[in-house]
Design a binder for this molecule. Structure first.
Ligand code: NAD
Length: 250
């Protein structure tokens, strides 16, 4: 018996990193998985590996959302779970960031998640319910120098999560947010290269669990929230940060 037996999940940004790990883990837990991404070749490879469906899907496009929902319902007849995982990070001080870049980060990380909720709710509601997991970050709980756009978008995801939970609880749809700390993916590696002047070893020293997470360590939490084991949990925020935000680290 898998935790997600019989469920159909749509996972955004599933071509690599955590999205790929979620797709793999959900499949081992019994779910049928549709992944969306702007990276077509990688996405196709992941879908082939897990026996799922890939759809080219830019989360900032309402039309792409409609196509992704249609792909999932035509392949599997329903959508029980949405994981709003796709995201981007841009590092620059406020005074040096182009306003269009700030807007773009909000568009992908926040508006993309809102569009996703808007697109899947009618299908979930008609089927009697579902679970939406929004991937925020520790930067959705605390700010960080050089990450004004990313942090603002991830704080926004918390507000979106709570409001959607209030609105959708009565129709059986739960909405929660997950807040990973440092996870070994392309995003973390790229951030380490662009965030010059940040002491990476200081980050690790401040961690009670003094290492980066493997993506699957986040996938297990996401799968729990997606599953009926979390049936009384909505509008809540879940840290998976190695204890980073539990105290000042001295
Ligand atoms: N890696 C970390 O340390 C970390 C920590 C906290 C939160 N997160 C969050 O976890 C999520 C996954 O990040 P990751 O580390 O796996 O990063 P990643 O860069 O490896 O993967 C992100 C995926 O999203 C896709 N994507 C980007 N823009 C898209 C768009 N407009 N439409 C559809 N897909 C798009 C990318 O192509 C990529 O496949 C993100 O929301 C990120 O903000 C990451």
């Amino acid at each position: 018996m898998g935790r997600l037996d019989g469920k159909v999940a749509l996972i955004t940004g599933g071509a690599r990193g955590m999205g790929k790990a979620h797709a793999r883990h959900f499949t081992t837990e019994g779910a049928r998985v549709v992944i969306g991404d702007v990276l077509e070749e990688k996405g196709q490879r992941v879908a082939a590996e897990i026996g799922g469906v890939f759809v080219r899907h830019d989360v900032t496009s309402a039309d792409d959302w409609a196509a992704a929902v249609a792909a999932a319902t035509s392949a599997y007849g329903r959508i029980d779970v949405l994981v709003n995982n796709a995201g981007i990070l841009r590092h620059a001080p406020v005074t040096e960031m182009d306003p269009d870049e700030f807007r773009h980060v909000l568009d992908v990380n926040l508006v993309g998640s809102w569009l996703g909720i808007r697109a899947v709710v009618p299908v979930m509601r008609d089927a009697g319910g579902g679970s939406i997991v929004n991937i925020s970050s520790i930067e959705g709980i605390a700010g960080a120098a050089g990450l004004s756009a990313y942090s603002a978008s991830k704080f926004g995801v918390r507000g979106l999560t709570r409001s959607a939970a209030q609105e959708l609880g009565p129709v059986g749809i739960r909405v929660n947010s997950v807040h990973p700390g440092g996870v070994m993916t392309s995003m973390a590696l790229a951030a380490a290269q662009t965030m010059t002047g940040v002491d990476g070893s200081g980050f690790l020293k401040a961690l009670p669990i003094a290492r980066f997470a493997e993506p699957v360590e986040i996938s297990r939490l996401v799968a729990f929230l997606a599953s009926d084991d979390a049936s009384y949990t909505t509008g809540a925020e879940f840290l998976a940060d190695g204890g980073l935000l539990s105290g000042p680290g001295y």
